[in-house]
Design a binder for this molecule. Sequence first.
Ligand code: PLP
Length: 229
Amino acid sequence: MLSRIEKNLKEVKERIARAADRAGRGSDEIKLVAVTKDVPVERIKEAIELGVKIIGENRAQEARAKYEEIGSLVEWHMVGHLQRNKVKRVLNIFDLIHSVDSLPLAKEIDRRALEMGKRADILIEVNTSGEESKFGIRPDEALDFMEEISEFASISLLGLMTMAPFVGNPEDARPYFKRLRELKEELTTRNSQLATKMKYLSMGMTQDFEVAIEEGANMVRIGTAIFGR
Ligand SMILES: *Cc1c(COP(=O)(O)O)cnc(C)c1O
């Protein structure tokens, strides 16, 4: 008998593979970030034993407690909004920050990373839907923002992230994913050297990851479909 997490994980991976196939890509090109907010350590460990390689958390404090028990046998990704006063702690744990959404935050990450003698890997969060409840750079400001951040000495800008609005039908999320892909394409036209370094499009969650993959996602952030509610 498969455990629930094992069964869910298998299904998620199959759905990723089918979506990648429809998009003419290989499933090995798509990184699965297992989002573990509110999931107890025991179940995270089970997922790791089942092959999960990347953990996504959205709160610095919760992540820290879990990190102390799990350690760095997996990659840790910060997917939630990050406050400036948490940057130092976050850089101690996380391998990639998906949610850089302002210039002051980027400056603080750059400053702290320099202090720690490392480079911080980040993605820029873009608010493709324009919803006020969402964080992120406005799409029309994103290209300038990317170029500005790329100049920072202690930051490596590796891509873009977005969250689609909650919609009943995943098809309705497609325009927001498409917008993120188009931003990457616009950057390629404007600054191909920078665009080459921006290898990740982090988009797609439980409700909409297949549509996101069809639109070019190569990093999906999935919680509920793996761990349940
Ligand atoms: C919670 C969360 C996810 C995962 O959401 P599910 O619907 O549970 O798959 C992905 N990204 C972010 C930023 C999140 O906060």
